[in-house]
Design a binder for this molecule. Structure first.
Ligand SMILES: Cc1ncc(COP(=O)(O)O)c(C=O)c1O
Length: 411
């Protein structure tokens, strides 16, 4: 399938939902026609609890007689909030899912999903190059609950299927693109393996965003995002989301009422506001990242570039077939050791040195000195993290300025 055919396919999938593309969904998705107080924007309902005028109203509420279509439980802030619900509807529309549930962070989304669906003694399969904390949660916290995790190499679908233990494996977890090597999962294959073996599938789609890829439409069961990144887009809040089938998401929402990882209404509002510009931001980031990746690949001071939009990337073919854009993160290996690489980073004037990605500001980091600081060089190498590796999360600055900045720092 060519990229054009894929995009055409997406348009066709969008059509029955209202004929809308991802930017239209980002602006209008989840909004109700009748606005509270006729205000254009979703109000911030800053409350921890809700009142009832008398006992009869309480009983009618408990019997759901007063609930409108699609209403969620809202008698206490941990069960529901209208601002949060509006964002959940928008996120469901964006990913082409039936429903979505919002959490206090991406990690809260991942851990709540796994704690809610996995029975004691279950087994999960995870692809490597996975977000470090997700892997840590599975291999330490879940292990203590008697849940075992097998880690298989990204892109080895035979190994993935072979590691499934009949009647014990409940979940396949992958990310796409991954961090820091931007490996891209073949969603069609993962969904097929899941269905063949009756195992649920989950993709952490944080790096892709629903603008570049919508895993549910390839048959994946759950999509997770750290909404802290591209969805909110301004490096000013933490949030996470799980999107999927309505009955499964309702079960997660009920579990959230117990586990407690709710997002604050103020943050939900900021997220809603951030999502409205997702389409324009991500398309700009896609285009700058491709230009940066091509520039770096042609430069003699760079040993290797990892970007799925380059033909040299191991997953270029699958990314071209299944993604509408290659994303805004470029990883590369500087020709030099730890110190030379740091000196190059220090010469850059536009990107801030910081963890995270997906916001309007470009951020740059040397994973050896950020996420893996406490490890030795040898331990890092065993995890695939080289001293000269750099992760550049492109913001929405002008591409020409980003390229000029790289050029002066490499000169
Ligand atoms: C791919 C991925 N998933 C999940 C997370 C966790 O999200 P949060 O920081 O919002 O808890 C991150 C954070 O960096 C991430 O990069």
């Amino acid at each position: 399938m060519t990229l054009q055919e894929f995009q055409h396919g997406l348009d066709a999938i969008d059509a029955p939902r209202a004929g809308q593309g991802s930017s239209t969904r980002a602006v209008h998705g989840g909004a109700q026609r009748r606005k509270a107080f006729s205000a254009l924007n979703t109000p911030i309902v800053q409350t921890a609890t809700y009142t009832f005028s008398d006992t009869q109203e309480l009983i009618d509420y408990m019997e759901r007689k007063t609930w409108g279509d699609g209403d969620d439980r809202e008698e206490y802030g941990r069960y529901g909030n209208p601002t949060v619900s509006a964002v959940e509807r928008k996120l469901a529309a964006l990913d082409g899912g039936e429903d979505a549930v919002l959490y206090a962070s991406g990690m809260s989304a991942v851990t709540s999903l796994l704690l809610s669906v996995l029975p004691a003694g279950a087994h999960i399969v995870m692809t490597d190059d996975c977000y470090r904390r997700t892997r840590q949660f599975c291999q330490t916290f879940l292990k203590r609950l008697g849940i075992e995790t097998s880690v298989v190499p990204m892109g080895d679908y035979a190994a993935l299927e072979a590691s499934i233990i009949p009647k014990k494996t409940r979940f396949i977890i992958s990310e796409s693109p991954t961090n820091p090597y931007l490996r891209v999962a073949d969603l069609e294959q993962i969904a097929a393996i899941g269905k063949r073996n009756r195992v649920l599938t989950m993709i952490d789609s944080t790096f892709a965003t629903p603008v570049n890829q919508r895993p549910l439409e390839w048959g994946i069961d759950f999509v997770v995002h750290s909404a802290t990144k591209y969805l909110s887009g301004h490096n000013d809040l933490l949030a996470g989301v799980v999107v999927g089938r309505a009955d499964r998401i309702q079960a997660l929402r009920d579990a959230r009422g117990v586990l407690g990882g709710v997002v604050d209404p103020q943050n939900a509002y900021l997220l809603d506001r951030g999502i409205k510009t997702l389409g324009v931001r991500v398309r700009q980031q896609n285009s700058s990242a491709l230009a940066v990746a091509q520039f770096l690949e042609s430069h003699s001071a760079i040993e290797r570039v990892w970007y799925p939009g380059l033909a040299s990337h191991p997953d270029h073919a699958v990314a071209s077939a299944q993604m509408a854009g290659y994303g805004g993160v470029v990883s590369f290996e500087f020709a030099g050791g730890l110190k030379e690489t740091s000196r190059f980073i220090d010469r850059l004037k536009i990107p801030y040195i910081a963890p995270s990605l997906g916001g309007v500001e470009s951020l740059i980091e040397q994973p050896a000195l950020m996420s893996y600081y406490e490890k030795t060089s040898e331990e890092r190498l065993a995890l695939g993290i080289k001293d000269n590796l750099v992760r550049f999360a492109i913001g929405i600055e002008d591409s020409a300025d980003l390229l000029a900045d790289l050029e002066q720092a490499l000169a």
